[in-house]
Ligand binder design. Structure first.
Ligand code: ADP
Length: 403
């Protein structure tokens, strides 16, 4: 439960041109956002993949890479643009102890990042220093979590938005809390603020108490991926982990002789070789012979020969793991909406490939919401929030000027 220091929601009338950086998990994006003052924005962006080597490099190298990307992005507007002064919102989607709108110390890495010299440091200062090394005239005015950015950008077009959720490489949620309920934050700079956005870091929910039942595959994923015992809720839900859960079950089923009797493959035994995107593809396969599932198993995972029974079993398994993910994230949303006392109506903006691309994901969430909230579920609107974090960071940078 981290106070975001964002105490204003947008009105839709914000204007101006801002830069935004977005470090999610798999991708890094640079955006230029021009807010038009009528709930609209023009966005130009460049997208870069973060390699495994970059995730493990010394922190300064990672931040120099960000500065290089920004330099090249600005240079596309001509050499003169490089000397212009910019305000920038930095979307940094990791657990940060945020002490000001533009200052925050990394608590711990997740999603596969291990860069040295960053945990415990102010990530805005690291980015600002990298810009100085590159002689860029950029002021990092806001540090933003992607959930907060998603909430803000969706609120720009849909004012009833009070919750932002990410379902991508990782998962997280931000919501609007009444200031009097927040004991760990005093709005000294904005004494009149009535509300504040809270970054829940819900991926770490249940790390200490372990209330949610875990099976042996969850335990295995927890042991083998990232920091053991941390982000255990996320490990049951998000894109980085679902495929690995399925793979662990398959490896077990091979051992017990219940699947792939013609033999498995070295690929199946390699960590992370069963991607969450494969699950999407398998769940979308409605052919009689499950031909597309065959392509995934035999061509991509190099399993020599599969029977229809094998393929059906794999499909059922994907369904179970995918459905559980959707239901757990819906349970989180139900809890947040109940806590906010907003069962009479509120919009949840949701961003991330898992929500966007995984078949039936939102329907499964809806079903679970109905089971938990009954009729009130009808007033909880789940909406796709596209590319919110760039625009959200720009909005927060714009509002930070006023804060
Ligand atoms: P990020 O969260 O890193 O900003 P995304 O929202 O694009 O970026 O999420 C990337 C994650 O989404 C990957 O970890 C991958 O597992 C998952 N993913 C990618 N394609 C699909 C797909 N077709 N179906 C389900 N999950 C997918």
């Amino acid at each position: 439960m981290i106070p975001s220091h964002v105490v204003n929601r947008p009105t839709g009338r914000e204007t101006g041109s801002f830069l935004a950086l977005d470090l999610g998990g798999t991708n890094f994006r640079v955006c230029e956002v021009v807010l038009d003052g009528h709930s609209g924005a023009r966005v130009r962006q460049s997208k870069h993949t973060i390699t495994e080597a970059q995730k493990a490099a010394p922190g300064n190298e990672l931040f120099d890479f960000f500065a290089d990307c920004v330099y090249n992005f600005i240079a596309e507007n001509g050499q003169a643009a490089l000397t212009k002064k910019y305000k920038l919102g930095f979307t940094f989607s990791f657990a940060v102890n945020q002490v000001a709108i533009n200052k925050g110390f990394l608590i711990l890495w997740n999603k596969g990042f291990t860069n040295s010299g960053v945990v415990g440091a102010d990530v805005v200062a690291l980015l600002q220093a990298a810009f100085h090394r590159k002689k860029l005239n950029i002021d990092v005015t806001a540090l933003v979590n992607d959930t907060t950015g998603t909430l803000m950008s969706h609120a720009y077009i849909q004012p009833s938005t009070r919750v932002g959720v990410i379902l991508g490489t990782g998962t997280n949620c931000a919501y609007v809390e009444r200031m009097e309920n927040v004991t760990k934050y005093t709005p000294t700079d904005t004494p009149d603020a009535k509300e504040i956005i809270i970054n829940m870091e819900w991926g770490a929910f249940d790390d200490e108490q372990v209330v949610i039942p875990r099976n042996k595959y969850d335990v295995k994923v927890d042991r083998t991926m990232n920091v053991q015992g941390k982000y255990t809720f996320e490990k049951m839900i998000s894109g980085m982990y679902l495929g690995e859960i399925v793979r662990f079950v398959l490896v077990d089923l091979v051992k017990t002789g219940e699947i792939f009797k013609a033999g498995a493959s070295p690929e199946l035994n390699k960590p992370n070789h069963f991607e969450t995107a494969f699950m999407s593809r398998i769940e979308r396969d409605h052919t009689l012979d499950l031909n597309d599932t065959r392509t995934v198993l035999e061509d991509m995972l190099k399993i020599p020969r599969t029977t229809l029974a094998d393929r059906r079993l794999v499909k059922t398994l994907c369904e179970l793991v995918g459905k559980r993910s959707a239901r757990l994230s819906a349970a989180g949303i139900a809890a947040v909406v109940t806590k906010m006392n907003k069962l009479d109506g509120c919009t949840v903006g949701i961003d991330g490939s898992l929500f966007e691309l995984y078949p039936h994901y939102s329907n499964r969430m809806r079903d679970a919401l109905r089971e938990i909230l009954g009729i009130s579920a009808e007033y909880v609107v789940l909406e796709q929030a596209r590319d919110g974090s760039g625009q959200g960071a720009a909005l927060i940078a714009a509002l930070a000027d006023k804060q």
